[in-house]
Design a protein around this ligand. Sequence first.
Ligand code: KG4
Ligand code: ZN
Length: 342
Amino acid sequence: MGNKPIYILAIESSCDDTSAAVLCDRKRLSNVVATQKIHEEYGGVVPELASRAHQQNIVPVVHQALAKANIDKKQLSAIAFTRGPGLMGSLLVGTSFAKSLSLGLNIPLIEVNHMEAHILAHFIEEENHKIPTFPFLAMTISGGHTQIVLVKDYFDMDILGQTLDDAVGEAFDKSAKILGLPYPGGPLIDKYAQSGNPKAFPFPKSKVGDLNFSFSGLKTSILYFIQKQTKENPNFIVENRDDICASIQYTIIDILMSKLKKAVKQTGVKRIAIGGGVSANSGIRKALEEGEKKYGWTTYIPKFEYCTDNAAMIGIVGYLKYKEEKFTNQSVTAKARYIINT
Ligand code: KG4
Ligand code: ZN
């Protein structure tokens, strides 16, 4: 392969974002994301609508990614795509498109695990971004995932813990829905929490042992609490919005941080890399800064563009796999349940 630059076209369509990116080696040349607005009015992702929107978006999004990168498809070295985990109908669109394009261009095809990509997004070359050294702990927190993974090498990872029910972003969004806030409510809870008292309303924390998470109990207790309070005072939410949001956020972060501390203790690894949409949360960022000061952690947060679902993270895995000639073939199929390292 020599020192010739490697150009990867990457495609991500696992949930409700259609994305395509072009990477030259570890550098992102373009990263186009078409976010599907249609789900907002339903208060959550509707799978059938998501796959239809992917069908409409995929060709223009890929064209845009190539145009922005100023790359002709004939220059591409390989096509990388998200094989899973995700919504089957959504995955099928990206998978079929990637397979056809690799066949048409007669270049290698690389399948990517979406969860691995959230973690390896840290290896995209960016100015002023420090890259974690192995081993490190990765905590992926988003609307679809909540995982703590011990990363020993690019393709050698152990899942230490994950959610048994809702993802942390869902916990934010479902709590917000109870408060009558629009979808996705996570950023709004964060915003209102800034001026509230985090200790105003104590919510119970789930008692799941080891390093796994559970958020469905929290959601139920918030629901019952709000129902009880609004029965007594119909203006309860309006009058206490900031304090409620601060208390919800405090509880969720406390759950995440206590598991993270446990993982550090268990592994002795103090390098912590965060990914997923919830890493935008100001409370999480503050808690991680505190961890650096108090416990000597080194924390890594990629550019926000690489935290939420995007194809550049699929592209970096594509590049790393290309270097190791980890290619797949035309018999590959989408995999809705796809566990890291399997
Ligand atoms: O990674 P992402 O864009 O999409 C997937 O889940 O795949 O994450 C979106 C999630 C949503 O649940 C959203 O409410 C949450 O991230 N989120 C936040 C914040 N910004 C986004 N949650 C809390 N605080 C935030 N500032
Ligand atoms: Zn994701």
